[in-house]
Structure formats: structure tokens, C-alpha cells
Ligand binder design. Sequence first.
Ligand SMILES: NC(=O)c1ccc[n+]([C@@H]2O[C@H](COP(=O)([O-])OP(=O)(O)OC[C@H]3O[C@@H](n4cnc5c(N)ncnc54)[C@H](OP(=O)(O)O)[C@@H]3O)[C@@H](O)[C@H]2O)c1
Length: 290
Amino acid sequence: MKPSIAIVGCGKVGTAIGKFLAEAGYNIAGLASKSLSSAERLADIVKTNNVSKIPWEITKKADIVFLTTPDNAIADTCNSISIHSGFRKNAVVLHCSGALPSTILSSAKKCNAFIGSMHPLQSFASTAPAGNPFKDIIISVEGEEVAVNKARKIAKDLGAKCLTIKTEAKALYHASAVVASNYLVTLLDLSFRLIKAAGITDREAFKALKPLIQGTLSNVEKAGIVDGLTGPIVRGDIETVKRHLEEIGSKTPDLLSLYKILGFHTIDIAMAGGDLSKSSAQKLKKIFID
Ligand SMILES: NC(=O)c1ccc[n+]([C@@H]2O[C@H](COP(=O)([O-])OP(=O)(O)OC[C@H]3O[C@@H](n4cnc5c(N)ncnc54)[C@H](OP(=O)(O)O)[C@@H]3O)[C@@H](O)[C@H]2O)c1
């Protein structure tokens, strides 16, 4: 039989976990949230009557407890539940934060529970996901062995694959995820603003750039970062880079410093490939620093 589940914090991630674990045959033993209406919304989906605003009223019923509150409430919520002896002996307590380690749940050890974290590398933007947001994604797990083994099984049942990470490496790991997801949006914003300054409309911009973006992703997937790099820097085309800087400086000066920083760091990637000469690299670095 599958273990029973309690969820504390019925927002975007808590709702997705509840909905798709229920679909995978798990018994959702109880739901708690700051607002009762959030717990009730999920209760309607997973068909349970066990809802509360008080977490320890429902967590004691479960083999596995998800604390899916915002990051800044996880440790306090865990502590309050522990103080009220709200975890079963040998229960597994998991949070889903990318940045925080499982050790923030250490208060649950007082109840002899096992602690871990499982972070889905996915962006959850709504409490009404269209399809299964866990399908074929990576869920990163760390923590005590018993907790990690349970998290692995849950990840598999959600349709995801697992990556084991070191507890002490979570902040760096999460910084990487932020760059891949959030700062990719920042990069796209830079690109869209430049193409719009070149007279291309909003509607045309995405259409025009999408195949280039996808082609670049595909090149990096096939050949790696160094061999996936193309363009003026790796070609040592100093005059083209100068023209970019002149035009950006005159038409969109607020974008110049970001363009320069990105260019500066691209030189090292180009050098690693062996195509960019040392002297061209030095000239380019000087241009980007000036
Ligand atoms: N969103 C993402 O893309 C994403 C991706 C990966 C991991 N995560 C992680 O998943 C966790 C949850 O994030 P989320 O995006 O689902 O946040 P969210 O949508 O804001 O949901 C958090 C839920 O917890 C409830 N809550 C707040 N404080 C509480 C407390 N003290 N006790 C009980 N419930 C409380 C909220 O209030 P109400 O009850 O008033 O609704 C809300 O329903 C975080 O650790 C986050 O880092 C998020």
C-alpha cells in the first residue's frame, strides 16, 4: 500500500503535489493551510474531508508530510508541529525549497521523524496546472536516507526523475536554477529590447528569435557549452563588436553595461574552444571594460 500524505501549505506546489499524488493512488490524509479556503480548494480536488488551519491536526494522520509553505515559513511551521508532537514516529517530513537544506526541518527529529527535501526543477505559476507539471522533469533530493528513498519513490510516481544533491550545496544549486530559469528571461528581455530598437515589432520579435534560441539550445545539448558558442566573439570579429557597442550606447544606453558584462564573460568560453587568439581576446576584453 502507498504511504499516506499530509500537505501543509496548499499553494501552487502543494496543490500540484496533492493533485498528482492522489492521481497516482496515494491517500491524501489531510491538508492544512494558512487560509482554510486554500486547503478546501485542494480538498475538493483530492476528495478528502480532513482540512484544517492547524497543521498538527492533520499531520499526525500521515506517513509523509509535505511542508509547502513559502520558504520563510517552513522552519517555524515544522517547529510548531514538532512542539505539538504532530509528526508520527518514523514519518518522513519533506519540503520543496530549492535554496534551503533539509536540516531546517531538524525540529522534526524530536518526534523521531526523518527529514529531507525534494525540489522540482519546474516553474509552478498557478494552482490550476493544465497538465502534470512533474512529468519528465528532474526532482532534486537530499536529506536522511529514509527520507530520500521515500522522496525518490514519490518523484517516480509523479512521473519525474531524481537527482541527488549535497545538502551543503543547495544554495549554489538553486542559484544555478535561478540563472537557467529567471535570468534566461532577463537575457531574452535584453535580446527583445535590442531587436525592438531595430524596428521589429513585439509580435515579430519572438517569432524571429525563437528558432535561433532553440537552435542554440540544441547545439549546446549536442556539442556542449564551448563548441555550442558561435558569433562575433568566437570569430574574433572586433569591428562588429565595436559597432554593437556604438549603436547600443547611442540608441539604448541603459542596456550597454549588461551587454558588455555578457560579452566579457563570453571571451573565456571562446578562448576555451581554442578558436579565439590571445591577442584578439585581450583587445575584446579591453573594449568591454572601457
Ligand atoms: N512556485 C514555484 O515555481 C516553485 C518551484 C519549485 C519549488 N518551489 C517551492 O515550493 C514551496 C511552495 O512554493 P509555492 O510557489 O507553492 O508558494 P505559494 O503558492 O505561495 O503557496 C504557499 C502556500 O502556503 C500557505 N501558507 C503560507 N504561510 C503558511 C503557514 N505559516 N502555515 C501554513 N500554510 C501557509 C499559503 O497561504 P494560503 O493558505 O493563504 O493560501 C499558500 O497557500 C516553496 O518552498 C518554494 O520554494 C516553488
